[in-house]
Design a protein around this ligand. Structure first.
Ligand SMILES: [Zn+2]
Length: 270
């Protein structure tokens, strides 16, 4: 159960600044302290000198790994690797930027990821000394009301590492003393539902989820608390395990049903 001051209070929907997240990184949760979704967004200074490696990795691989298990999962943006809630300062326009960047990324996957299979939640972060009333007011605050509709329709610069107009706008606001609210952006990949009528891919007899390739043509799978790229052989093995798991569950349910029916029959005969 969540304590009075646990970082994420599900009922009221907020995190507490600098506290330890109630989640651990596991098969369903990943923490990121940055918002670079695709590789093109990674800053040029993220290269490790003298190597072909980067100090930070794009979030795309984590999203891809959550899709390919079929179980879904959440990437929490604004939580450090160690699990501390730091939050992100986002205006309505930089929130819109993140939503546009995610939609763009999902459209580049092969096959593309349909809109009903993911969403972003912006969850407020409150300071530990705030009262319950203040927290309730922060949760109720709607940044859409204080934003300009015309600006919200302005196109964002995606797939590049430089500041977009919305980021420059945010810096200008801070310089004027208007500090945007802090939040954790949760990118939620929903669990695969073969019965969802919105799925446009053929689900097939096995009712399996599609395996998606990332925008770079790579395929990842989420393991316990990390993602790994997969080659063809591993993919086959993984699919076989998933199919077996799915059938085992069905067989178990059918056996239970059979036992129940036998009971009913014997009750009826006696
Ligand atoms: Zn932007």
């Amino acid at each position: 159960m969540l304590s009075e001051d646990s970082p994420r209070q599900k009922a009221v929907g907020y995190y507490v600044l600098n506290s330890l997240s109630p989640f651990e990184e596991d098969v369903l949760h990943e923490f990121k302290a940055h918002t670079n979704l695709c590789e093109e967004e990674l800053p040029s200074n993220s290269w490790i000198t003298g190597t072909a490696k980067r100090s930070r990795k794009a979030i795309s691989r984590n999203i891809n790994g959550f899709l390919n298990t079929g179980l879904g999962g959440t990437v929490h943006l604004g939580i450090t690797d160690e699990g501390f809630v730091k939050g992100l300062r986002l205006t309505q326009y930089t929130r819109d930027h993140l939503v546009a960047a995610l939609d763009d990324l999902m459209s580049r996957y092969s096959p593309p990821v349909e809109a009903h299979r993911y969403k972003i939640n912006f969850v407020p972060v409150v300071e530990s000394e705030t009262t319950q009333e203040q927290r309730a007011a922060i949760v109720r605050y709607n940044s859409e009301r204080d934003s300009d509709l015309e600006r919200r329709q302005k196109e964002h610069l995606l797939r590049q590492p430089h500041y977009c107009w919305c980021h420059k706008d945010e810096v200008a606001q801070v310089n004027m003393g208007i500090i945007p609210a802090i939040c954790v952006a949760e990118i939620i990949i929903k669990e695969w539902d073969p019965n969802d009528a919105r799925n446009s891919y053929p689900v097939g007899k096995l009712r399996m989820h599609p395996i998606h390739q990332s925008e770079k043509g790579e395929t990842f799978f989420r393991r316990t608390a990390y993602v790994t790229p997969c080659n063809g052989e591993e993919l086959k093995l993984m699919s076989r395990q998933l199919v077996r798991a799915r059938f085992e569950e069905r067989i178990k349910k059918l056996k239970e049903k059979k036992a129940e029916l036998l009971k009913e029959i014997s009750a009826g005969l006696s």
